[in-house]
Structure formats: structure tokens, C-alpha cells
Design a binder for this molecule. Structure first.
Ligand SMILES: [Zn+2]
Length: 1003
């Protein structure tokens, strides 16, 4: 599965959690009795949450201590204890009331609306799964199906969806698989009882007829539509990963239960032939108003990879009969001209991946084929069903001359990611969701390391800034989500495994392992793993064993005395990562390094691959570690000259941050601003930028030092350091939203730094520019406009005005993002209407999405309110998977929008709640996270008057206001402590800038 992680940033500098919770917004609940969702130990979970709530509120420890003594008995004593505390003067009245409410809430309502999602949105991912010593531990085993001795030989499935008549929006199913028990109400298990014990090695056949609902929430077996000549065309499709196959047919719905599947479908006669994982087995057979179609039996595979589509979609491109593999791209008939690029990528991806693994796709099963299907409604970005990959339309369809460089990269990268899953996920599958990284980490790794063979896009070069650096932000929070996580015991736990940790940390650790054992040993090792584990489910040790075997043959680890497993386990079984501190004794030249968990006082150690380069001993090419640091402290064997700078972690191959002593930072800042800058590898310049932003945010590095180091950006023109800077400055801007003075200072200096770059790249594309240059310009202009760069604003206005005068003169495809957003920002309601009409009439989904997000940039209040109403209406013309994104886009479109969204929500509480469902409360929290102190005060008085919010919503809002206010105050105190009032920052920056030489751009 490919997921588009958020590109926006919230007020506290973290990306907005755009995790789509559409799943919860289903309008019709499944009536199917076989559906089995599991819940584990809600009681315990609430206890943990309650502790966190209380600690975060900084209340007296006594309350948290209560959690560990007889929960039920204290339930009745809470009010009494609180009254006693109140009378004793230990607490002011409001705190006593809050604690009473919180405690009674947590204990009395086990099924209350405090969800892990809510908490993770407020506090980051803070929920620890069930600890091994929990009294509820026995419940854990109840969640998983018994593994031993059960061999699921074969499923024969027949489904009939109904798009009209009395059975509209339902489907009938039949499965050859008894006496049944009612659903277990605690675990939603459906148990089948037999009269007698089953003899060992006996084969049991179960047949079940059932009916179910065709959902409209983009999960399970669900319904979607598109329009053709103004008429609605219905279709039915599937999305089963991770736990939704059971919504379509009863099954042992865990990845390890591999089986063979024979799928049959009864489709309406006038529909086009259906699609499933395998080739069709013979022609369709007329069956009343239906045509019955049966597909070849699958190889051994997991339930979540099954797929079927009943529709009138057509192939845009199809391979010829004589080709070894059968390829096709499928789309709605109106998008038939948009499949060429995907078709070419598809073929090249399969070829290069097969060659890399030395295991061709054609060897998997003769009846497997490769269909890539564009779907109008799709929750995930794409899904790797074996032989039938499904994509959200804008991620697959590409139109030459219309789709941007970014869209092209999306299409190629996602297709390679999904194609890599045919090997990592489909052929060899993670045994349980605890090891999801074995699927997703590899798919994302190959997305970045094979795509360049398919189409030259410099994706390998983009890996560090797009993946490694972005996930370091995620992983440094108190997430407590290790890559290999044994505590995955509920659907909620499983959902959390599809996070940037799994995808981005997974791929980063895989890349680090590749650099450690060497690229060829890595390639042969993963090939061995795939061949040994094919058609099976695997554990990390299966991977490590095969890599070790290859490393032994190649003798690639002889120098280290470290096994692959020891090295990898230190990274996969611990969450977080180390901060490596570097101390250089300037007299002796001795370099000492120390490792410590970043942002946590815990005694964890990692197997850290150490590489370095210094001014006198340049070595930025070799990423093979000089040694593996296992201990907390180490002294490098080589000394450096007294005035040498040193850079650790060549090309940021290792997954960690670095902090240098002050003298070394000063030497580095001098080197970066002088001629030595280009001697330092661009990935290391990017690493320094990324580390500096984060070390400063966490008060490890002073603002003054940070400014002094980052000033080199004025001379910088390479993609990698600037991409790190874009991200850092956006997060910083987000952090200082509530401090207009500081915002102004940051803006002024950002503009100074970016000006030479804007001048150099210009606004117009030159002939023969490569993909990365085009993409870089897009990002530069988006960034420059975000900080109100005068030239950028002017150019956006010109482009937009020209388009307005004559819409047939389209804006260049790669200039649309900034021209739409900042054109409309400087425009009026007429301009808004122009874009909205284009959104409604355009046939290219990626263009529609660009427009939709750009509409959030407008400053015409009533138009934004109209857009909010449109997004939230029952008949919305915005697809379900885009609705949350539009709200986010409006919220971050301009600081003034915080007030607009906030007022809209409170004027329209009922429709907003209805449309957003479980996302309503997180939306309120998101708004509060962007407020300044005055807005928080207004909101508080509003809350006191507003009677439309539920008790729970009020509580969430109040807690968020408390935390937001606390955060702003802490930031202000820190700025004051550093003597960095805004005036002083200006003085300091001016001083720095005066000492700089004229920009000397290279390349
Ligand atoms: Zn994936």
C-alpha cells in the first residue's frame, strides 16, 4: 500500500496528521455477520491514557498513583477524595473539577470517545501497547487466530454486487469453506463448532451463503462512481489491506494464512469484463441478468491481497499477445489518453526489479498478469493486490503537457513501489503486522532506488531529504513505535503500523544496512531471501539469516565482528535513534564521540556505523563504515589538525543526528560560508541544515549559532541542502505563527537567503533542464511565495491574470502550483470562481487536486466559507479522500484563515460534525494548535457560551487550549532567555550578513 503522508505543517512544527479516517465515516454499517473486528483490553488502554492525561496536565502525582491501586474501588471514591483535597487547600477549585471529570470519565466510560487517534493527535503517538506484565495480557492471545496446525487449502468465492433494484447497494456472497456460534461480542469473533473433534490431517469443507452491504467508505468491498456524458456510472471495487477482506468474505484474515483462491464474479450483463488478481479462466457464462466470470486459481497468497473490480472501466493500453508478461492500464473511458506513461513505467519496473532480484515476475505463476487500475475513489494512494494494482486516479494517470514534474514523479515512484510489492509483500509476506516494514520498508526503498532506472528522476538523490530526514522528526517524538513491534493486538494497533516509521524509517534502515554490507552483497542477499521464503510468510530473522549467509560468502563483514542480526536488531527493535555528540580537543586533535538517545533520558545503545571526513582528509565518497560503535563513548583512532573541521556520517548514510562542540560548529559554519562549502558533500550539507533546525528547536543549539551556520544558504544552489532548509523554515514558520514580530524577522532573513537562488533559477523553464531542476524550481517558487517574495508574488499575479484574460493560454504545467495559489491569494471572488469552475470541468484528476488545494489560498472570506460548506455537504463535489485535505489547505492557506475556520465550525457545529464524524474533534484541535494567545482567550469565552458542543468536544477543546497556551508561553520564555528579542535577532543577522562575501554560485 502506498500512502501519501502529509505535506503540511501544524503549529507545533509537526506535519499535520492528514491520516485519512474516512473509514470511520461510513454511512452504512456492515450487516454481514462474519465481520470480525477485534478489540483488546480497552479497560487497560483507558487507564494508560488517563495517566498520560493527568501527567500532561501536571497535576499532583497522587492522581496518577491511583491508577495502580484497585481501579474499580477508587471509582466511587474520586468525588470524595477530590472534595477532601479541595477542603485541605491542596487544589484550587477548577483543577479539582477537571480531575473529577477526567477520572470519572476514564473509569466510568470504558467505551468513551477518548481514542488512541485523538490522543496521538494531541500529544503525538504516546500510547504504549499492552505491557507484557499486564493483568489483561491473556486478552492479547485472544486477538490472534491460532496458527499451529491449520492449513487453509483453498477458498472458492462467488460474489454478486447489485447496483439497482431491491437489493441496491448490497452484494450476495458464497464461499466454499457448518454450525456457527453468534458473534463474540467482546472480540467480534465468529466461531464455527463441530459435533466432534476433527481428526488430524482431516480435510474440512465449509460452505456459507451470505449477503452484505456495498459500502461507500472506500474500504472492504465498496462502491464508487464516475460520470460519463453527464451520467453516473457505478462500479464496485475492493480495498482489503490490512483487515478488510473479512468485509467481503469470511476468511482467516491474517497475512500468515496463505491459501489459494478461486474467485468468481456475477457482473451485470452490460458491464465490461471484471478484473481480479488472475487471468480470466474461459469466457463469461450468461446467468440471467448477469454474466458469470471465473478467474484462474491464485498461487498461495494472503487474504488482504485479493481484489476484484466490477465496472465499465476500459484499458487505456494493453500489451500484445506475444509478450512474456501481460500488462494493461485501466481507467474510466474519459481518461483513456492518460495511460501511456504508466504503461511504459509498468513494463520497465517489472523488468528492472526482476533483474535486480534475479527472480523474474513471469516465474511466479503462469496465470498472473499485471493490471494497473485508476480508481475514482480510493483511500490509500495505491494498493499492491497481486496482479491487480489499484491507484487513486491522480497517482496513475499522466497527461503529457498537462501533468507536472511532481505528478510524473508520483506516478513513476508509486508504480515502482507497488511493483516491488509483487516480490516484497505478495510473494513473500510479513507474518504479522508487527513486521509490516518487511513489506513497506522494502517497497519504499525500491521506489527510491529503482525508479531512476525506469525514468531518470534523481530519486536516489532525493531519498535522504524526502524519507530519512522527514522520519527523524517523527521518530524523535515519544512515539514508542519500534519498526518490529511485538505489541500489535488490535485493528487500531495495526493502523498505526502504516505510519512514516514503517515506510520511511524502514527504508532508511534498509539503506543503512545496504551501505553496511555493500550494495552487491545486499542485492544477492535479498534475492536469496525471496527465493527461500517465496509463497511463505516471513519474520525479520529470515531476512537477516539470508543477508548474513551472503555476507559470509562475500566476506563483507569480516572487518567488523558484528552480525547482520545484531546490527539490525538494534535499529528495528528500539524506537527512536541516537544523537552522536562530537568533541574535538583542539590542542591534541583527539576526537571523542558519544551516543545517547535523542531527546530521552534512556540508556539505549545502537550499533552505529561511523564514517567521517575532515578538512585535511577529505573522504565523502565512501559510505562503508570505518567501524561500528556499540558502546556509549569512543575515541577515533585518527587525530585531526587543530583548525580542521570534521563531518561525521558521510552522505548521511546512518540513521542518526550529530551535534558538534561549539568550536567545531564555528569551523563548520566558516567552511560552509567559504570555499570549503563545495568540498562537503551536498547530502552532508543537507544533513547539517536538518540537524541544526532540530537541535535549535530542542534548545540544544542556540538560535545565534543556528543563524550563523545557516547563512551559507545564501551561496547554496544544490537541491539537497535547500530541500532540508525548505522543510526547516516551514516548520519554524509554523512554530512562530503566533508571534508576528518574530515571523517578520524570520521572513526577512529567509528572503535574503533565497533571493540569489530565485535569481539564478528564474521563473521560466529552460530547454534541456532535467527532472530534478524542474522540480527544484517548483519548490523554490512555492517556498519563495510562501514567504511573500516580491518577484514571486508579481510573477504569480501576471501568470494568473494572463490566464484569466484568455483561459486557452494555459499556465505552464510546472508553474501552476504557485501561480494558482498566489494568483488567487492576490485576487478577488471572480478569480476564485474561475478556478472553481476549472475544478468542476477539468478532466485531469491531478490538475483538479492542485486547484482544490490552491483554493485554500484565497483570502475572500465568503468564498472560503462556501468552499467549506461544499466540502462538508452530503452532495459534495469533492471526493471523500480529498475532503480533509481541503480543510487542511484552507487552515494553512493564510494565518487569517484560522479565524475563518474557527468561526465556521462554531456557526455550523451540526453539519461539520455530521460530515467529519470522528474527525470533528481532531479538526477543532488542529485549529486550536494554530491560535495565538488572543484567539485562545476568545475561544475560551466562546466555549463557555456555546451549548452545541458535546461534553467530550468541550473537554478536548479545553485541554488543547491549555496545552497550546503552555507551548506559546514556553517558547516566549526561551526567546527571552536567549536574549533574542526580535530587534536583537535583526542586529545579529545584519552583522552576519555584512561579514559575508558576495555569493559565488556554482553549477
Ligand atoms: Zn506499499
Amino acid at each position: 500500500m502506498w500512502r501519501n503522508f502529509p505535506a503540511f505543517y501544524n503549529q507545533s512544527g509537526e506535519p499535520l496528521d492528514a491520516e485519512n479516517s474516512d473509514e470511520k465515516r461510513s454511512t452504512s454499517k456492515s450487516q454481514t455477520k462474519w465481520e470480525c473486528c477485534f478489540t483488546v483490553s480497552k479497560f487497560h488502554l483507558k487507564t494508560v491514557k488517563c495517566i498520560i492525561l493527568l501527567l500532561r496536565l501536571r497535576l499532583h502525582l497522587i492522581f496518577s498513583c491511583w491508577m495502580f491501586v484497585g481501579l474499580k474501588t477508587i471509582l466511587h471514591t474520586i468525588p470524595i477524595v477530590n472534595i477532601l483535597l479541595l477542603l485541605s487547600g491542596m487544589y484550587p477549585f477548577p483543577l479539582a473539577i477537571i480531575t473529577s471529570i477526567l477520572l470519572s470519565f476514564c473509569f466510568a466510560e470504558y467505551d468513551s470517545k477518548i481514542s488512541a487517534d485523538w490522543l496521538s493527535k494531541v500529544y503525538g503517538r504516546v500510547i504504549r501497547p499492552l505491557p507484557s506484565d499486564s493483568p489483561h495480557q491473556h486478552l492479547k492471545s485472544s486477538y490472534r487466530l491460532p496458527y499451529q496446525g491449520l492449513d487453509i487449502a483453498h477458498y472458492k468465492i462467488l460474489v454478486t454486487p447489485y447496483f439497482e433494484g431491491v437489493k441496491t447497494n448490497t452484494f450476495d456472497g458464497q464461499i466454499d469453506e457448518a454450525k456457527t456460534n453468534p458473534i463474540d461480542e467482546i472480540f467480534d469473533f465468529w466461531t464455527i463448532n463441530f459435533d466432534d473433534s476433527l481428526p488430524v490431517n482431516d480435510e474440512v469443507k465449509i460452505e456459507i451463503s451470505y449477503n452484505g452491504i456495498l459500502h461507500n467508505n472506500n474500504f472492504g468491498f465498496y462502491k464508487s462512481y464516475y460520470k460519463e456524458d453527464g451520467k453516473i456510472k457505478w462500479l464496485a471495487t475492493t480495498q482489503f489491506e490490512p483487515t478488510h477482506a473479512r468485509k467481503a468474505f469470511p476468511c482467516f484474515d491474517e497475512p500468515q494464512y496463505k491459501s489459494r483462491f478461486t474467485i468468481s464474479v456475477r457482473r451485470p450483463k452490460h458491464f465490461k469484463p471484471s478484473l481480479s488478481n488472475m487471468k480470466m479462466n474461459g469466457p463469461g457464462i450468461p446467468d440471467g441478468d448477469f454474466t458469470r466470470e471465473t478467474f484462474h486459481t491464485t498461487p498461495l497468497m494472503s487474504t488482504y491481497l485479493i481484489a476484484f473490480i466490477i465496472s465499465e472501466l476500459e484499458p487505456t493500453n494493453i500489451s500484445s499477445e506475444h509478450e512474456k508478461n501481460h500488462f494493461a492500464i485501466w481507467a474510466r473511458p474519459g481518461a483513456k489518453n492518460q495511460g501511456n506513461y504508466a504503461f511504459n513505467v509498468s513494463k520497465a519496473a517489472i523488468k528492472h526489479l526482476g533483474e535486480y532480484f534475479d527472480l523474474p515476475f513471469s516465474s511466479m505463476d503462469p496465470n498472473l498478469k499485471i493490471d494497473h487500475v485508476s480508481m475514482p475513489d480510493f483511500n490509500a494512494g495505491a494498493m499492491e493486490n497481486w496482479g491487480l494494482v489499484i491507484y487513486r486516479e491522480p497517482y496513475l494517470m499522466y497527461e503529457e503537457g498537462e501533468s507536472s514534474a511532481r505528478n510524473k514523479q508520483f506516478t513513476a515512484g508509486i508504480m515502482v513501489h507497488e511493483s516491488a510489492h509483487f516480490w516484497f509483500g505478495d510473494l513473500v509476506t510479513c507474518r504479522w503486522w508487527s513486521e509490516t516494514w518487511l513489506n513497506e520498508g522494502f517497497a519504499e526503498y525500491f521506489n527510491y532506488h529503482i525508479t531512476d532506472k525506469v525514468d531518470s528522476m534523481n530519486l536516489t538523490y532525493q531519498f535522504n531529504v524526502n524519507k530519512l530526514q522527514s522520519v527523524l522528526y517523527e521518530d524523535q517524538r515519544f512515539a514508542e513505535l519500534p519498526l518490529t513491534n511485538p505489541n500489535i493486538n488490535s485493528p487500531e494497533d495495526i493502523k498505526r503500523m502504516f505510519s512514516p516509521i514503517t515506510y520511511d524509517k524502514g527504508s532508511s534502515i534498509i539503506k543503512m544496512m545496504c551501505d553496511f554490507i555493500g550494495p552487491e552483497t545486499f542485492r544477492l542477499g535479498v534475492g536469496r531471501y525471496l527465493k527461500e521464503m517465496k509463497y511463505k510468510s516471513s519474520l525479520p530473522e529470515d531476512l537477516f539469516r539470508n543477508l548474513q549467509a551472503q555476507a559470509d560468502i562475500d566476506r563483507s563483514l569480516e572487518a567488523y565482528n558484528v552480525s547482520v542480526a545484531d546490527f539490525m536488531i538494534s535499529w528495528t527493535e528500539q524506537d527512536g535513534f541516537p544523537l552522536i555528540s562530537v568533541f574535538v580537543d583542539r590542542k591534541s586533535g583527539i576526537v571523542k564521540i558519544a551516543q545517547k538517545r535523542f531527546l530521552r533520558q534512556k540508556h539505549e545503545l545502537w550499533y552505529v556505523p561511523i564514517t567521517w571526513s575532515s578538512k585535511s582528509n577529505l573522504n565523502f565518497d565512501n559510505v562503508k563504515p570505518k567501524f561500528i560503535m556499540k558502546e556509549a563513548k569512543h575515541t577515533l583512532e585518527e587525530k585531526i589538525a587543530s583548525d580542521d573541521w570534521i563531518v561525521l556520517n558521510i552522505q548521511q548514510s546512518g540513521y542518526y543526528r550529530i551535534n558538534y562542540d561549539n568550536d567545531t560548529w564555528w569551523l563548520l559554519s566558516k567552511a560552509l560560508s567559504g570555499e570549503d562549502r563545495t568540498k562537503i558533500h551536498p547530502h552532508n550539507r543537507a544533513q547539517i541544515v536538518n540537524d541544526v533546525f532540530q537541535l535549535t528547536k530542542e534548545n540544544i543549539l542556540s538560535y545565534k549559532m543556528a543563524y550563523n551556520i545557516l547563512k551559507f544558504l545564501e551561496f547554496e544552489d544544490d537541491y539537497a541542502p535547500w530541500a532540508a532548509a525548505f522543510d526547516g523554515f516551514k516548520r519554524m514558520r509554523s512554530l512562530t505563527y503566533s508571534n508576528p514580530k518574530l515571523c517578520k524577522v524570520i521572513k526577512k532573513n529567509v528572503l535574503k537567503l533565497i533571493e540569489p537562488l530565485v535569481k539564478k533559477v528564474g521563473f521560466e523553464e529552460q530547454e534541456n533542464e532535467n527532472h530534478l531542476q524542474k522540480l527544484f524550481r517548483m519548490e523554490i517558487l512555492n517556498f519563495a511565495c510562501l514567504f511573500q517574495h516580491e518577484g514571486c508574488y508579481k510573477q504569480a499575479k501576471i501568470l494568473f491574470e494572463n490566464y484569466k484574460k484568455d483561459p486557452s493560454r494555459k499556465i505552464h504545467k510546472n508553474a501552476r502550483e504557485f501561480a494558482y495559489c498566489y494568483g488567487i491569494k492576490q485576487g478577488n471572488e471572480e478569480d476564485f470562481e474561475l478556478l472553481w469552475k476549472k475544478y468542476l470541468s477539468d478532466n485531469l484528476e491531478s490538475e483538479k487536486f492542485t486547484i482544490l488545494i490552491s483554493l485554500g489560498c484565497s483570502n475572500v472570506k465568503w468564498k472560503l466559507e462556501k468552499l467549506l460548506l461544499e466540502v462538508l455537504s452530503v452532495e459534495s463535489r469533492v471526493r471523500l479522500h480529498n475532503r480533509q485535505k481541503v480543510l487542511d489547505a484552507i487552515l494553512i492557506g493564510d494565518y487569517s484563515h484560522v479565524q475563518i475556520v474557527y468561526e465556521f465550525i462554531f456557526d455550523n457545529v451540526f453539519i461539520t460534525r455530521e460530515a467529519l464524524g470522528n474527525e470533528f474533534t481532531p479538526m477543532i484541535i488542529n485549529v486550536i494548535r494554530k491560535m495565538n494567545l488572543k484567539q485562545l482567550e476568545n475561544m475560551e469565552s466562546m466555549l463557555n457560551k456555546n451549548i452545541h458542543l458535546t461534553y467530550w468536544e468541550m473537554m478536548s477543546a479545553n485541554v488543547s487550549i491549555y496545552l497550546r497556551r503552555d507551548y506559546i508561553k514556553l517558547q516566549n520564555i526561551r526567546l527571552r532567555d536567549e536574549n533574542f528579542e526580535s530587534k536583537q535577532i535583526i542586529v545579529s543577522i545584519i552583522k552576519i550578513n555584512i561579514t559575508l562575501k558576495q555569493p559565488k554560485l556554482t553549477g
